[in-house]
Design a binder for this molecule. Structure first.
Ligand code: NI
Length: 176
């Protein structure tokens, strides 16, 4: 039984365009803090609000596991991108699926922290990779959308399996 609170592909809620947060309230802060817990429990390095069915433009991440590296960004905007690099990605919403994706190497992202502070974050390497991946979730984009077609064909069976699991879980919920 899957106890994770993270929505799994092909849940249609992962495909929505998330809405802007108009004000950073204590409720939003508390929910974002909870997202860090979910992310840790599921052994992820990033989690976007739409992945828990919360349709707002917010994500949390931590690529080192050290508490001081927690980053939560609200209403993020990619202000600059530079270079290109290929890295293997995975996603808590696509368990067991890993594939190489080409993305910018360095970025600047602007957004609001949980304290309501406007920040601009420069990132490269794994940090940039994680930010871009999470940012995509806010627009309903999954990393498999960016995988080269030849590789995507090799993932077909695994994706089909996830679709079957999803249908099965929907049926069992409907039967209750
Ligand atoms: Ni993801």
């Amino acid at each position: 039984m899957d106890k994770s609170e993270v929505l799994k592909f092909p849940d249609p809620r992962l495909r929505r365009i998330a809405e802007k947060v108009s004000e950073v309230t204590p409720e939003i802060r508390a929910r974002a803090e909870h997202m860090f817990e979910i992310m840790k429990d599921d052994k992820g390095i990033g989690l976007a609000a739409p992945q828990i069915g919360w349709n707002v433009r917010l994500f949390v991440m931590n690529v080192t596991g050290e508490a001081e590296d927690n980053l939560a960004l609200i209403n993020p905007v990619i202000a600059n991108k530079d270079g290109r690099c290929t890295m293997e990605e995975g996603c808590l919403s696509l368990p067991g699926i890993y594939a190489k994706v080409v993305r910018p190497e360095k970025i600047v992202i602007e957004g609001t922290t949980l304290d309501g502070e406007e920040v601009a974050v420069e990132a490269e390497g794994l940090n940039a990779r994680c930010i871009l991946h999470e940012y995509d979730h806010l627009d309903g984009i999954l990393f498999i959308d960016k995988v080269a077609p030849a590789k995507k064909r090799t993932l077909k069976k695994k994706l089909k399996k996830l679709e079957e699991i999803y249908k099965e879980q929907k049926r069992s919920v409907a039967a209750k």
